[in-house]
Design a protein. Sequence first.
Length: 241
Amino acid sequence: MRTVSVNRLTAAYDVGPPVLQDVTVTVEPGRMLAVTGRSGAGKSTLLSTIAGLLRPAEGTISLDGEPLGDRDRAVAQGVVLVPQDNGLATFLTAGENVEVALLANGRGPADARRLTVECLAALGLAGQRDQLVEELSGGQQQRTAIARGLALRGDVLLADEVTSELDAVSRQTVMDLLRKEADRGAAVVFATHDPDAAAVCDAELHLVDGRAEIVRSEPVPDATVGRPNSSATSTSTTARA
């Protein structure tokens, strides 16, 4: 599993001032980091940069000390992004959206089908597997995108506002599944407006005007009582603003 390190990151688009400035944070395997802040604070930009979609203007993103590189390299190193807009192909069914991603990631057909069924069922979508995405509600589409991200079994899981259209029961299901990803050793970064969802994460990075600070960080449980990988996940989650 991979440790994600963001070091003195400044990120900007072609027009306008930097969206993020001098952000430093580390997310260890087995930990969940909530990224919070108002709309426009840079939450999606941070996740996009970690995902390799946006090249840093300054600073570095690394996995286990090695530079991340572009999106292709990030995917090859197990960085999975569940985007805010879901990123689903509307002309495919819910099941096909998950299965195609798995096949593209090197899974065999039988394994891809099994994981597709398993992950859609975990999110209450067993009955929607053969429905076109355009026939699904907004919440069902969001859960389909989450199922696809979970099925990929990444070393790093980036989830961008993935509970925004969900009811309380579905939101709790998603948070439980994200925790399971951390429990198996993934580093989970979860951008959210929801304070209740952020509260169940191990640490919270709050963004204001492009700058960041850790406002909460829970200690790693003792190896004898914590999660299975807790002995190897002492957190150095820090930020400089």
